[in-house]
Ligand binder design. Structure first.
Ligand SMILES: [Zn+2]
Length: 226
């Protein structure tokens, strides 16, 4: 039931789930729109909603988290912790995409959260399919971030870390794990950045062609007609 509600919520989501990895989806909650950074995790409740849509929490656990930390100062502190961890993950992903080594600071931040990981994955039946979800009480704010740290730890120690990519649109800050067969994914989304960049490339090609075939158009010196 909770799973079904989560699916419905995800359908109309303002969050982006295009990273193919939990830690990259979490990173993609800090985006750029019209050149300005926009934080999709504006309030503690946003973080909780994101965790539900990312299927880290079910709806009951989300309500419990909101009840457990009802005060603004507590919520602000948890949110600050989440954002600070996200900044560490951004540093990690930038290391990866620039083929630079991961720093000790990144490893320490991930380990600090993993040490607090008291929840475990469990398989459950969802109709005729199996699904896995975290079970166990969430009693500390760091428990909320533990599955993200686990996802990052698995990625950073995995063999396919080189498939972590940044969208090729230079103005886009979204990242994804390339799961395409030939590892040819270039964009966060074909509908947005893909089409925009292809249109820009097409325009540039047409302009070069015009300039080559009709240099007078750009050189400004009209050729005499013969
Ligand atoms: Zn993009």
């Amino acid at each position: 039931m909770a799973k079904q509600q989560s699916d419905d919520a995800r359908g109309a989501s303002r969050f982006l789930f295009l990273g193919n990895r939990l830690w990259l989806d979490f990173l993609n909650t800090h985006i750029k729109q019209d050149g300005e950074w926009v934080d999709l995790l504006d309030r503690f409740a946003d973080l909780v909603h994101w965790l539900v849509e990312a299927r880290v929490l079910d709806d009951i656990e989300a309500q419990e988290a909101l009840r457990r930390w009802p005060n603004s100062p507590e919520q602000a502190q948890i949110l600050a912790q989440a954002r600070s961890f996200r900044a560490v993950l951004r540093a990690a992903v930038e290391n990866i995409t620039r083929a630079q080594p991961i720093t000790g600071e990144v490893v320490s931040a991930i380990n600090g959260i993993l040490r607090n990981h008291c929840r475990s994955l469990e398989l459950t039946f969802a109709g005729d399919k199996l699904t896995s979800q975290y079970v166990g009480a969430i009693t500390e704010p760091l428990h909320l971030l533990a599955p993200i740290a686990e996802s990052a730890a698995q990625a950073l120690s995995g063999d396919d870390i080189a498939l972590t990519r940044k969208c090729e649109n230079p103005t886009c800050v979204l990242h994804f794990h390339d799961t395409t067969k030939n590892h040819t994914r270039r964009w966060c989304s074909m509908e947005t950045c893909g089409n925009r960049m292809k249109a820009a490339a097409h325009y540039a090609r047409v302009r070069v062609k015009d300039e080559t075939e009709n240099p007078s158009a750009t050189a400004g010196d009209a050729k005499p007609s013969s």
